[in-house]
Ligand binder design. Sequence first.
Ligand SMILES: O=C(O)CCC(=O)C(=O)O
Length: 259
Amino acid sequence: MKNLRREYDQQGYVIARKAIDPALAAETVQHVHWLCKRNPGVRPEHLHHHLLARDPFMHRLVGDERLADMAEQFLGPNIALFAAHYIAKPPGDGRAVQWHQDGSYWPLEPMEVTTLWVAGTASTIENGCMRVLPGTQNAHLHKRRELIDLDSEKYVLGVGIRPDQIDDSDAVDLELNAGDVSIHNPNIIHGSNANTSDQWRVGLTLRYIPTTTWVKKENHENILVRGKADPDVKNAYAPRPKYIPGENMPFKGDRDFQK
Ligand SMILES: O=C(O)CCC(=O)C(=O)O
């Protein structure tokens, strides 16, 4: 496997091409459509962790050896997932993500966390791929109170960095093919434009932490991915879900969740 660490440390992000196979990437897209059907009031940019924490396909995906091996390069052998979120932008009116730093929002102590952004479809300039401002991984982490409220009809996030504090002349577009993964630092400033193309853009953000990181949020279920939970850290873990035909999306490997 490619050594991801050096590039990530230099740039604040790194891309792993063909990280998962096309069939698994296609299952993430099916999952988005399945979730949208089950949750008709929820926009596809807002398929958040509470809808996924006990979902058998999500457990299969986040524990995929290829993804866990990548996460291990950053976090060591004991790994959990504290949040999964599909940001799926439908053609024509997929919403933008205002410039932000992930660390501003997260109740993590310490802020040891790595995001794997999994491309379910191609993610391109036309359909609103993620964009980063290289170098900002070393910049000041904006506090929540420094952020401004955003128009929720236009943006995926409720708050973000004030536009007059952003110089995006050196922004890098992370164009990906389905099955590629980009990995980014919690301090790097990033965002994405609206999807005005006629193609879906499906991305899945997976936030991996070492089990020594404490998630300071009541009633929050993490997913234990690899290794051991830390007995001194009061994180709760979702039980391994059982696949129930009719209740869950069928997927390759669902038999492993029937036992
Ligand atoms: O999917 C996007 O366009 C933005 C992703 C993002 O903000 C994140 O992964 O933190």
